[in-house]
Each structure stands twice: as C-alpha cells, then as structure tokens.
Design a binder for this molecule. Structure first.
Ligand SMILES: [Zn+2]
Length: 119
C-alpha cells in the first residue's frame, strides 16, 4: 500500500474516532448513586436505563478500540497486513472497512466457521 493511500485511510479513521468520541460525549451520564429513587418501581426503571447505557457504551468502546488498533498498526507499519495469513489486505477492502484486520479470504473462512459453529 502506498503512503498516499495510507494517509487517506488514516484521515478516515481519525474522523470516525472523533465522531464516536463526540457521540460518547452526548450520551447521558450515569445517574448518581445518591440520587437513587426510593420507589422500587423507579429503581427498576433506572436499572433498565443503566443496562441500556452500559450496552451502548460497550458498543462504542469496541468501535474506539478497533479504530485505535488500526492507528497503532499504522504506526508500527503492520497496517493492511492480515493477522491470520500475513497476506496483504486489499486497498478496496480497507476503503470499505478501514479497521479490517483480516484479508477477504481469512474473513470469509472465519465467518464460515462461525456459521458452522452456530448450527
Ligand atoms: Zn488472510
């Protein structure tokens, strides 16, 4: 992969990272433990809200981790190299999915295995 291409992908990744971080900033904060409602019904509602929030955050964190990992790999010069077979991940695939860690072949193999395991 040439430098120009890598720079372009780096820009995309940084932009995505900024987007996710901005969304995270808008997420409502965890309610203070002190403000716990006395009413058990309210408490249950608050618990549900917290669970949703946790789920939402976990998903965001996974995205941030993936983006950060891609940037790390760029720094180390291993970006665009398949983690499984050491082959080159095609530029087309990286443009579609800049955080891809596997080449198309390995990704397909993995998905097939996952589908087989789910049966
Ligand atoms: Zn591969």
């Amino acid at each position: 992969m040439d430098n120009k291409k890598r720079q372009a992908l780096r820009t995309i990744i940084l932009k995505r990272l900024a987007d996710v971080n901005r969304q995270a900033g808008h997420a409502p904060g965890e309610p203070d433990a002190e403000e716990r409602p006395a009413d058990p019904v309210d408490q249950a509602a608050q618990e549900r809200e917290r669970d949703l929030l946790r789920l939402f955050r976990a998903r965001e964190n996974a995205e941030i981790q993936k983006l950060t990992l891609a940037l790390d790999r760029m720094e180390q010069g291993s970006y665009g190299i398949c983690l499984s077979c050491d082959g080159e991940i095609s530029g087309k695939r990286l443009t579609a999915e800049p955080t891809a860690l596997l080449c198309v072949d390995c990704q397909e193999k993995r998905e097939r295995n996952r589908t087989a395991a789910a049966r």
